[in-house]
Design a protein around this ligand. Sequence first.
Ligand code: HEC
Length: 130
Amino acid sequence: MTNKLLPMLRTSAALVALAGSGVGIASLLVPTFAAGQSAPPAAGEVVGNAERGLTKAATCLGCHSIPGYKADFPIVYSVPMIGGQNAKYIESALKAYRKGERRFPSMIATARSLSDQDIADVAAYFSSQR
Ligand code: HEC
């Protein structure tokens, strides 16, 4: 046996011992994994997923990704560029529309159709754009 293998064996022996003692291995491994990521989510916080967000953003793109950021129905009006915005900013804007704190009819209707998870996902998607 080489010296390199020894620490590994010791670790797995320790894990087996812990598993036997009733400590969940998952609870030991999850914090280790999260340490490599950005800030770990607080308990109960919804984590957005950009890939899922893309599938939910189809309706948004019709307004928010048009050239020049101008919609032309029923009149020509400007639409804010949200691609590349901070995810937290997008999230709080959508929640404000959902609550009616921000008033813009089509955005209130849009935001009311989104769950917290949908909002986190589309925010992750738009913030991942350049
Ligand atoms: C019918 C066109 C339309 C659609 C569809 C639409 N938006 Fe909007 N959105 C707008 C307009 C116009 C505004 C600016 C409204 C205002 O002045 O408050 C806006 C504002 C926003 C803002 C606030 C931006 C800022 O900087 O203030 C966010 C975030 C946003 N939309 C996200 C979305 C998302 C996510 C979707 C899809 C789920 C979506 N919108 C669908 C037209 C649209």
